[in-house]
Design a protein around this ligand. Structure first.
Ligand code: B16
Ligand code: MG
Length: 217
């Protein structure tokens, strides 16, 4: 049986994509760039500074903002995102997740978090889930972003398990690619992901039983 399950946060444990969108939309509007939900889908699983770079390119303004101005824009977006996060509590945990975390604890399976969000510890606290995770990767220490496997390899190392003994769960293509590149087995949440070992329509379909079945196939 597998020894660890490593979760992505946004889109797997909770879904704050609409709050990221709201904060980015306001920040982009302030510099004359309009973004819509279709464009926003491209920001899924992408780090804050990489998201900003995509937005500036989308608006044809990638040369108009130097590093210091980009840092200021990112800080502005994050401050607004933080305001929007204030209402987050355990009601925002996605279906299937509490029962799965219970089952993993019962069976002694290690649980890790591999989110690129620098707000991840705060979000886990707000959801009341911090104590359920044995190891959370500190995204500020990473040198490569998903699809590089670094974040998942770091999580495996932190949990003391080999990647071949672990399952990763992701909702973004870059995340599935990162899991596969790490040597772990991948579970995708959504309908437009390529290469997931197991693809489920939503987190409600996740369970201890389905992970066991997946592992034994
Ligand atoms: P922050 P994940 C990602 O979380 C989000 O999917 C992505 O949209 C966001 O830009 C990124 O976190 C960084 O978030 O600004 O809070 O550092 O899917 O890796 O859990
Ligand atoms: Mg995600």
């Amino acid at each position: 049986i597998f020894r660890a399950v490593i979760f992505d946060l946004d889109g797997v444990i909770t879904d704050t994509a609409h709050l990221h969108y709201q904060a980015w939309k306001e920040t982009a509007a302030a510099i004359g760039i309009t973004i819509d939900p279709t464009f926003n889908a491209r920001l899924k699983g992408i780090s804050r500074m990489a998201s900003l770079a995509l937005i500036l390119r989308h608006g044809g303004k990638e040369r108009a903002f130097d590093e210091a101005e980009r840092a200021r824009l990112a800080a502005r977006k994050n401050a607004r995102y933080g305001e929007l996060l204030a209402s987050l509590d355990s009601r925002a945990i996605l279906p299937g997740i509490p029962a799965l975390l219970d089952a993993l604890a019962q069976h002694g399976i290690a649980v890790g978090l591999a989110s690129v969000s620098l707000n991840a510890p705060f979000i886990l606290d707000a959801l009341g889930l911090r104590a359920r995770f044995d190891y959370c990767v500190d995204a500020s220490l990473l040198r490569h972003s998903k699809p590089d496997p670094e974040i998942f390899l770091t999580a495996c190392a932190g949990l003391g398990v080999a990647p071949e003994q672990a399952i990763g769960i992701e909702d973004a293509q870059a995340g599935i690619d990162a899991i596969n590149a790490s040597g772990m087995r991948s579970v995708g949440i959504g309908d437009d992901l390529q290469g997931a070992g197991l693809l489920l329509p939503d987190t409600g379909a996740l369970s201890w039983r389905c992970l066991q079945d997946f592992w034994s196939t």
